[in-house]
Design a protein around this ligand. Structure first.
Ligand code: GLU
Length: 484
């Protein structure tokens, strides 16, 4: 059975690179009816951030990534927190020491630095000399109180090949690997050792992770071989780069799932977008929901080259989902954003009516909330460009007042009746209909763009519309239109 895992270190929030890796691992497991495991790699205590394990889990869950086994849900292959497996890491290290695949190294940091400097002086790359290899258990016993690390014996000749499912075989010269450290002086494991013991212990068949780990993989393979354990399959997914091809960082904007969701990106859209960062559908389609993603996903369509991150595309994706998701889902998602704007949706048109009116034009949930705000609150300010264009003519305030008077007595408060009235007034006043529509929109919503005007005023209501037209007229006359 396919078993994949996502193994974050709890050192912050869920970065989009991590989320994409988790998504690929999850989809791969689901596609093959396998299991997806969440393991928290919390051995490096210095890098830990409080609450970050929870934040990671929240981030994954918000994207619909569900783990079958993990620190919170348990499972048959636990523990799922790396730190809780320390006894096993130590036991395996002891075993490697006992059977001669590993040895204790007593070299001090100063000695190692001298060695490195000597090699540098000769133009050679750093490489541990293997000086402590010659010590045997009797020598170790003599050095009882001395600090040591455990190193793996790596043959200096030959090479180690990573048969990567995405890139094909990648060969590493053993010369560059040297006798690397497995256990630190406090007898806790380094990442490259712990990860092997954990992946083996959890029966992981496919290790899917970021490309930055590719250079770690030959070391891990050597550990598997020393232990005579089956080597899992590896797949290294490409980096995500900023549009200028530099490493994606804070200066390019949001980088964590939490931040995106906070900006009003729909989680469904973010998941779909992440799916396309490095993978493409065999059918060439881009809007792919979770079930379809599970059905289609395989590693053979993951590209080798870096994926370029593009905010515009993410917003476009959000718009597609805003348009097509069930209205009730969008309404639920908008609520926190509406709340933040102080919108009291109990007083005004039903929220679903409001959301339906604007959702097709918005790129984020935040924009939906901003777009419906005027349905619940009169505009506090008016678009500056709009004011210059539509409120400055000498006849502007008078027209707004006249429009209000006509609206007060319009027989039927319907789209057609409103359209007929505007046609009739435009004709009578000798202006284009647009010359009445734009000032009305600005007076009622404070904006120059938005849903169709007649739908808009219909939703705002007759009295409120008339009131806002008169209020705008008064502001124009007193020369005090607040602009935004
Ligand atoms: N804890 C490692 C990281 O966050 C996991 C690497 C791996 O998947 O093996 O990068």
């Amino acid at each position: 059975m396919v078993r994949t895992r996502y193994a974050p270190s709890p050192s912050g929030t869920l970065h989009i690179g991590g989320a994409r890796t988790a998504l690929f691992s999850f989809l791969y497991a689901r596609h093959f009816d396998g299991r997806f495991v969440l393991r928290v790699e919390d051995t490096d205590q210095t890098r830990q951030v409080d609450g970050s394990e929870r934040a990671m889990m929240r981030g994954l869950a918000s994207l619909g990534i569900v783990w079958d086994e993990g620190p919170d849900v348990g499972g048959d292959f636990g523990p799922y927190r790396q730190s809780e497996r320390l006894a096993e890491h130590r036991e395996v290290a002891d075993r490697l020491l006992a059977d001669g695949h590993a040895y204790r190294c007593y070299c001090t940091p100063e000695e190692l630095e001298r060695e490195r400097a000597a090699r540098r002086a000769q133009g050679l790359p750093p490489r541990y000399s293997g000086r402590c290899r010659r010590l045997n258990p009797a020598d170790w016993a003599e050095r009882q109180d001395k600090a040591f690390v455990v190193r793996l014996k790596v043959s200096a000749s030959g090479s180690t090949v990573v048969d990567d499912l995405i890139r094909g075989p990648v060969s590493f010269d053993n010369q560059v690997l040297d006798d690397f450290v497995l256990m630190k002086p406090d007898y806790t494991p380094v990442y490259n050792f712990a990860v092997v013991v954990d992946d083996h212990g959890m029966g992981i068949t496919h290790v899917i992770r970021g490309e930055e780990h590719l250079s770690n993989t030959p070391k891990q393979i050597l550990v598997y071989e020393a232990l005579d354990w089956p080597v899992p399959q590896f797949a290294h997914v490409p980096m995500i780069l900023a549009p200028d091809r530099s490493k994606l960082s804070k200066r390019h904007g949001a980088t964590s799932v939490e931040e995106y969701l906070d900006q009003g990106i729909l989680p469904e859209a973010l998941r779909n977008y992440l799916l396309l960062l490095g993978w493409s559908s065999p059918a060439g389609n881009e809007i792919i929901g979770l079930d379809e993603a599970i059905r289609l996903f395989d590693l053979d369509r993951v590209q080798h080259t870096a994926a370029i991150y593009d905010t515009k595309k993410l917003e476009w994706m959000t718009q597609q989902y805003l348009k097509t998701l069930p209205l009730s889902r969008v309404v639920e998602a908008v609520k926190p954003f509406a709340e933040r704007l102080g919108i009291n949706w109990g007083l005004g048109p039903p929220l679903d009516v409001a959301v339906a009116l604007v959702r097709e034009r918005a790129y984020t949930l935040r924009q939906v909330a901003e777009g419906i705000r005027f349905l619940y609150q009169p505009p506090a300010s008016y678009d500056g460009q709009g004011v210059r264009k539509h409120f400055t003519a000498p006849e502007a305030p008078g027209r707004l007042r006249d429009l209000a008077t006509h609206l007060d007595v319009l027989e039927e408060w319907s789209h057609d009746a409103l359209a007929a009235l505007y046609d009739q007034l435009a004709l009578a006043w000798g202006v284009k209909r647009a010359e009445l529509i734009h000032p009305t929109r600005l007076a009622v919503s404070g904006k120059t763009v938005g849903p169709g005007l007649f739908e808009l005023v219909q939703t705002v209501g007759r009295d409120e519309t008339a009131k806002r037209l008169r209020h705008a007229a008064a502001l124009i006359e007193s020369g005090s239109v607040p602009e935004s």
